[in-house]
Design a protein around this ligand. Structure first.
Ligand code: SF4
Ligand code: SF4
Length: 190
């Protein structure tokens, strides 16, 4: 059974001013072959398959696209991009949808924005993610005391298997700071 296809969707509508044209241009030559769907490791958790999502984008179905969880569940693994017979930049297109959802401050995407922010904050500080710090920042941003409880069993399991460390990384602080500054400067110029 595809549990995730029953996930509750938001009823939020998006601004008609949201511009899908750059994303439509990226995927204009899609032939609906479904290779992206067959290649996606997260497809089982999506409410629309990647192939369906690209069709919705081409049809300009803004509300349906941004009520869907499909793009939010893309983990940027690039499998679809590598295998698309038309060589389309599908991971970038997913990223562009995420950026619109963040910019529009869509309710159902707010947790994902906090997740990305906490992740990148930890990477900026240590040069790699420190799982404990990352999750602490994430839970603090969500301001919901029940969320850590929900994740507690998984955290304990990962700790018991040595998959996460309670100690901070032994590297120097902010080894990637110059990279972050350069990217910020580039973004300001663009
Ligand atoms: S693999 Fe490429 S051409 Fe095939 S459905 Fe997906 S986006 Fe379209
Ligand atoms: S890049 Fe995203 S959509 Fe493409 S296969 Fe990976 S998880 Fe799926």
């Amino acid at each position: 059974m595809n549990v995730a296809r029953n996930l509750k969707r938001s009823n939020e509508t998006v601004q008609t001013s949201v511009n899908l044209i750059p994303i439509q241009e990226m995927i204009r030559s899609c032939i609906q072959c479904g290779t992206c769907t067959g290649s996606c490791p997260n497809e089982f958790a999506m409410d629309h398959t990647p192939r369906q999502l690209w069709r919705m984008v081409l049809m300009g179905l803004k509300d349906e696209i941004f009520q869907s969880k499909t793009f939010a569940l893309c983990s940027a693994c690039y499998c679809c991009t590598l295998r698309c017979p038309r060589g389309l930049p599908l991971t970038e297109a997913m990223e562009a949808l995420k950026q619109i959802a963040a910019r529009e401050n869509l309710t159902q995407y707010k947790n994902s924005v906090q997740f990305y922010k906490a992740f990148i904050q930890s990477v900026r500080r240590h040069g790699r993610v420190n799982e404990m710090e990352f999750m602490t920042l994430y839970f603090a941003a969500l301001k919901n005391p029940l969320t850590p409880l929900r994740f507690a069993p998984l955290g304990m399991k990962l700790l018991s298997k040595g998959k996460v460390s309670v100690l901070p990384p032994l590297r120097r602080e902010r080894p990637l700071e110059s990279v972050f500054r350069n990217v910020a400067a580039l973004e300001e110029r663009s």
